[in-house]
Design a protein around this ligand. Sequence first.
Ligand code: ZN
Length: 201
Amino acid sequence: VSVLATGELDRLVKLLARLPGLGPRSARRAALYLVKQRESLLLPLVEALALASDSVRPCSVCGNLDTGNPCTICNDTRRDTSLLCVVEDVADLWALERSGVFRGRYHVLGGTLSALDGIGPEDLNIESLTARARAPELDEVILATNATVEGQTTAHYLSDCLSGTGVVISQLAHGMPMGGELDYLDEGTLGWALKSRQPVG
Ligand SMILES: [Zn+2]
């Protein structure tokens, strides 16, 4: 009987295996590594997880994850309030922040429309987006959904929703590889796609 048959380690492995990108094999390796590095890794990780669980919440304005509400980006008065960039997920927001080219604010949808997965407009942060799009200081909404079928379907739907608001609606430049997800693009490509954005319609 291996040591992994014991309840606690088995539970740790099973939980780790649910993380994106970690299969059962790498979960076993990670669990073993963690318990071996008790002082230098396991305990600091426990602390960081507890802190994140206590204090990280979605921003009620944009949907970003942060310890403050509104989040640091929404609260930053140096950011351009005339530009709003719509992304699928917080990971995409982080990718755009890494590229360093966007100085406006964000709106996180929380996913994409998908008939297959039964995700409709009411499951995404779309109502709050149309409300934000009516703010008098807003000039442009950039639809920065992924270059996937779902991402593009969602962008199409959003441009219809926003067409009555009077803002300019734009989309990341083509040349983004089809099937491309923002999070996997290098910062230069992503920055270029944003700078070369095209008006929709
Ligand atoms: Zn925010």
